[in-house]
Write a protein that binds this ligand. Sequence first.
Ligand SMILES: NC(=O)c1ccc[n+]([C@@H]2O[C@H](COP(=O)([O-])OP(=O)(O)OC[C@H]3O[C@@H](n4cnc5c(N)ncnc54)[C@H](O)[C@@H]3O)[C@@H](O)[C@H]2O)c1
Ligand SMILES: O=C(O)C(=O)C[C@@H](O)[C@H](O)[C@H](O)COP(=O)(O)O
Ligand SMILES: [Zn+2]
Length: 358
Amino acid sequence: MSRTIVRVGDDYDVVIGEDAWADLPGLVGERAERVLLVRAPSLPGPADAVRTALEAAGLEVVDAEVPDAERAKTADVAAGLWSLLGRRGFTRTDVVVGLGGGATTDLAGFVAATWLRGVPVVQVPTTLLGMVDAAVGGKTGINTPEGKNLVGAFHPPAGVLADLWTLRTLPRADLVAGLAEVIKCGFIADPRILELVEADPSAALDVDGPVLRELVERAVAVKAEVVSQDLRESSLREILNYGHTFGHAIEQVEAYTWRHGEAVSVGMVYVAELGAAAGVLDRGVVERHREVLRSVGLPTSYDGGSWEALLTAMRRDKKSRGSLLRFVVLESVARPTRLEGPTGAQLRSAFEAVRAQR
Ligand SMILES: NC(=O)c1ccc[n+]([C@@H]2O[C@H](COP(=O)([O-])OP(=O)(O)OC[C@H]3O[C@@H](n4cnc5c(N)ncnc54)[C@H](O)[C@@H]3O)[C@@H](O)[C@H]2O)c1
Ligand SMILES: O=C(O)C(=O)C[C@@H](O)[C@H](O)[C@H](O)COP(=O)(O)O
Ligand SMILES: [Zn+2]
């Protein structure tokens, strides 16, 4: 089976391949004696494959099934894992492995970042979104009742194993949601991604085809390039947050019944409309957002939630500075910039544009 390895700075490898489980012990490294396997429920095939590969390498595997999806990202679940690590005597040379979608890898990374002030984590994403985004780059975290990802740490993984064959069981809606982050990478940095999706949207959703593989490789390359320059989001990394200010607000207002990728899809249309309202982006590029997102089945409008509730959620965005709301907007494709303190009228007009079905 073929492997592509994307190196993130001088730090770690993202291995992209098929049936690539034999690579896992190498990513975990030789110093570990124990592995905490933090895994999403209902992934019997990958969980068995991970366990077999690690045990064959002489590692003791402590199994930790966690609640599914966003329900994993809570302080209670994290506390349960800290307790398990304590009871099983995990030391600083032992390793956490996160297996599942972005919610599971965010939790696993956060627990690894905080246990003994930091033990290694190896991420094994099994969703498209996890492979191209969540498992790479070291943002880890959990939610609080006040908002999304409000508690967390920057803790880069020791390695990432993206086994494309795991996508064969992923529900189509979750695959589509993952494409939102891929398309985001197209708008902020790599226009070839947009061309590939536009040329054949169904090929972009074929998990056994070459187009999806190229999209994964390109999106991982965008993320690796950005995070290797600015791990702690002092500036450049903010571009990876394109579409997330409004997207996270939808997720919160809708009590996480929307998939992250779906909310980010609408969030990108919102911020494109905001860029147009502020006079920095051409309407043609705004419509290109709608067309490419819609072509793969992603939502481009949202008419729920009160404006006040969305605005309150947006104010908690990490890009805010004091009372100043800040957005990543585009000047054109692959030319992101910042919009600081847009007017109330601009914010509202972008909301009205997103509410309307166009
Ligand atoms: N840390 C980061 O940089 C970063 C980046 C993007 C997103 N995120 C976070 O990632 C989360 C979203 O991740 P997601 O879209 O992967 O959702 P998810 O983790 O909720 O997974 C979606 C669903 O797919 C199931 N699943 C996972 N793999 C499967 C497989 N191979 N076959 C069948 N079912 C499978 C899961 O159990 C879940 O029900 C959000 O919490 C978001 O905030 C983090
Ligand atoms: O890696 C990043 O940086 C990102 O912003 C990627 C986003 O896709 C991701 O959803 C991230 O978790 C959002 O982070 P937050 O800092 O806005 O909570
Ligand atoms: Zn995201």
